[in-house]
Design a protein around this ligand. Sequence first.
Ligand SMILES: [Zn+2]
Length: 468
Amino acid sequence: METTLPQTIATTTINPMSDQMRITASSLLLSLERPHLDINRKLRTPEDETKLSTMLHWISNVISSNTAAALSHDSSSGRLTLYLCSDSAHEASKNNATRLSDLMRKSLSGGNQSDQEDEYLAFVTDVCWERILNKVNHRVPRFPNVPRGADVSTMASVLETIIGLAEAWNAWRLRTGIPENSTQIMKMKQTLNHSQSFDTLKHCFEQVFRPLDDTEDHLQELRRLWRCCYALLKSDFFIDIFNSRWKRYSANETWFLCRVYRRIWRLYSYRRGADVLLHRGIPHLISIITQSGGTPDITVCWVPHESASTVHMDVHPDQLIFQIGQSRCWSHYSGDLSQDSQYTSEARNLWSRNETRTVHVHPMVSLVNFLYSSGIRVMENRIGTSRRPCDLCHYYTRSIRLWNFRCARSSGKFRVDWAIPRTLPVGGLLTRDDAERIIEEVRRYAESTAFDFLTPSWRYMGYYDHTL
Ligand SMILES: [Zn+2]
C-alpha cells in the first residue's frame, strides 16, 4: 500500500550558490544569538492544539526525528493519503510508516478502542524506546539560564535544582494559603499514600529523572514515566509558574523551569499523540470519509528528497555585513562590525574564507514544494513536523502565499545546514518566477535578521525595514 510518485515533473535549476552562501552565512551569524524568553507568549496547555496538528506532529515524530507529514482526503474514493518526507528515508523510517499505516487502517475500519490503544502504545514503545531511553538516561538538558549558583551539569544535580525550586514554591504556597487543587497530583497522592501533595510532586520529578531500566518491560517503564509526566504538566506548580503567580515570567527560575517543562512535555508527547489520534483523530477522519460516501482507507506516499550539498563560504563576516548594509541602500553605512556588535570577535571566528559547509534541504521544504507544484491539497493546508520548524522553513512555507500552508510555531532558530532546493519541481502553480521570488525573500529575511542582530544601533535609527 505504499507508493512513491515518479519524479516526472519538469525541474528548473535555481542559481543557488550565491544566495545559498549568504543564507548559510547569515544563519551562522545568527547562531550567536542567545536564546530569549518570549514574554508575550505564555505556555499553553496541549489541549489547545487542534487534533490534526497534534496528529501530524506525532506521526512525523514516531517515523523519524526529522520527518514532515501531511494528510489528504480524496472525497470521490474516500481514500486518505499520508504524504511523508524524511531526510533519513532509510529502511527504519519506511518500516515505521508501514506499521503505522497498518495500525491506522485497522482503526479506521472500527474495532475496540482500548485494545487498539495498547497496540498504538506498543508500537510507540517499539519504535521510540531507544530514542526515549537516550533522552532520559544520557542526555543532560542544556540550560541557557539557571537560577543563581545552581549546578546543572549532571542529571542528579538538575533534579536537585528542580526539587530545591519546588520546595521554595511549596513554602510560598503554604504562606499564601492558596489551596492545592491539581487533581492528578491529588489522585496520585492517594494511591501512593503520601501525607503531603508536595511529596507526590517530588516523587513525580524523581520518576521522570530516574533512568529507564532497559531490562524491565519497556511499555511498563514508559507507562510509569508518562503517568508522572502528565501529573507534572497538570500540576499547580507549573500553572503558578506560567501564570507568573510565583516569580516573574522573566526570572531565571522561570527560564530554567520552562526548559524542564518542555523536556517533560516532549517525553509525554509520544503518548499524548497516540491518544489524540486514536480517540479524536480517527473518529473525526471516519466521519469525514463516511459523509462523502467512501470506504475508509489510507495509503502512504513518500515524497522525493534531495541529497546533501556543499557550500563554499566566499566572504568574511565583516564583508557580508557590509554588503547587506550596502544592499539596503545605506550608502552612509560604514560597515564596520566592530563599532556595533558585542559579538564581533565571535562573529569573526565563525568561518574562514573558502571553508566548505554541508547543507540539507529540510523535509518540510521538499514537502511543500512537492504538494504545491503537483496541485495536491492537504487537510487544513497543514504540514506537521517531528520538531518545531526552523525559522527559515517556517518563512519559506509562508512565502507560498496562495495556499497559506499552516505549520507549528517556529522554533525561532536559524539552522546553519538549511539548503535552498537545487532543483524545484515546476508545474501546476509553482512557476520559475515564484520560486525565484521565494528564494530571494528567504535570503533577504535571513540577511535582515542577521544584520539587525549584529548592528543593533541601526535598528533604533529608523532604518529598520524588512521589506527593503
Ligand atoms: Zn527547517
